[in-house]
Design a binder for this molecule. Structure first.
Ligand code: SF4
Length: 323
């Protein structure tokens, strides 16, 4: 299959705020896209189905990682890049109530994905001349709209398989949504191989869908996940369970859990500038601070050189060298 990604990155950021912000995009289109989700989320149920499970968070392009990838990010000192996704249960029978929310569960264990965070960055996708602050994948270079870890061993399998996963599951692709909102040709052909790694149903448990063995430990975390206010300690609790999971089972290794949690708390948090080797955590905190301080102003995407590159983020090649 062939896609045209230059100047897009629609599957790496949350561009819903641009709908209706452009005269060429009608409010109808904005409404049509408001509740769609980019990646088929096997735990969310069918799109358009009233009884589907909605995520607690508001990220339409959440990238779910496998357990092995979660461990690889921890080993690279990049736990700050990660965050959990929980879902509302369809009904009381399949959920566990925490912080007044009934969250979807497997065998009474709250279920969750671990994916990549999206701090606000100044980006100008879809040939816009003016940048806008948009929730953007921690690994997207705002200047080139290319992935900083493409080709790296940390590159998520799900990003490599997109949009094939959606096509294989007969779901709309982000490419088509971008085309219908902003024009252009993004999805150049729809023929695709059968993708690996869909991990549907019970295969997903412990491999991509993680189940917390102690719901009581999620008190407070569920409320903060709903409010978009997760703390470093909250993320550490869920990431450690994911890292300690066993594919195909509900088993959690206490040893791996304790070890992962200690590593994350050591590498992450507001004081980690001096302890973590990775550029990721300091850059995320800097983006949030700059966005808060900027108010209505939006800086050039080139400010990413100071926020990311000078802290050690890998460069991206630009599009000229790829043609
Ligand atoms: S990891 Fe790379 S390809 Fe995947 S969402 Fe982030 S920037 Fe995009």
């Amino acid at each position: 299959m062939e896609v045209n990604c230059e100047g897009c990155a629609g599957c790496c950021l949350d561009w819903r705020e641009l709908l209706g912000d452009d005269d060429s995009v009608t409010r109808d289109a904005a409404d049509e896209h408001e509740h769609e989700h980019r990646r088929h989320d096997p735990f969310a149920g069918s799109d358009g189905n009233d009884s589907s499970r909605d995520p607690l968070d508001d990220d339409p392009t959440f990238v779910a990682l496998t357990r092995d990838k979660v461990r690889a990010f921890l080993e690279a000192g990049m736990a700050d890049a990660l965050t959990p996704r929980f879902w509302y249960a369809r009904d009381d029978a399949e959920g566990v109530t925490i912080d007044s929310h009934t969250v979807a569960a497997v065998a009474d264990r709250p279920a969750f994905f671990i994916g990549l965070r999206k701090p606000p960055k100044p980006v100008a996708p879809f040939e816009r001349t003016a940048p806008a602050w948009l929730p953007t994948c921690v690994f997207l270079d705002p200047t080139t709209l290319q992935c900083r870890i493409h080709g790296d061993e940390l590159f998520p399998a799900e990003c490599g398989a997109y949009p094939e996963h959606n096509l294989a599951l007969a779901q709309e692709t982000e490419c088509k949504r971008v085309e219908s909102a902003f024009g252009g040709d993004r999805l150049l052909e729809t023929d695709h191989d059968e993708p690996d790694g869909l991990l549907l149903g019970s295969q997903a448990i412990g491999a991509k869908l993680f189940c917390h063995p102690r719901p009581v430990d999620l008190e407070g975390i569920v409320e903060r996940a709903t409010a978009g206010e997760l703390t470093c300690r909250d993320r550490a609790e869920t990431i450690a369970v994911a890292a300690a999971s066993s594919p195909g089972t509900l088993a959690i290794s206490d040893h791996h859990y304790e070890q992962a949690k200690a590593t994350i708390l050591e590498d992450s948090g507001p004081d980690s500038e001096s302890t973590a080797d990775s550029w990721v955590g300091p850059a995320i905190r800097d983006w949030y601070e700059r966005c808060r301080e900027a108010g209505e102003a939006v800086p050039s995407p080139a400010v990413a050189d100071a926020v990311e590159r000078e802290r050690g983020a890998p460069e991206t090649p630009g599009w000229d060298t790829l043609e």
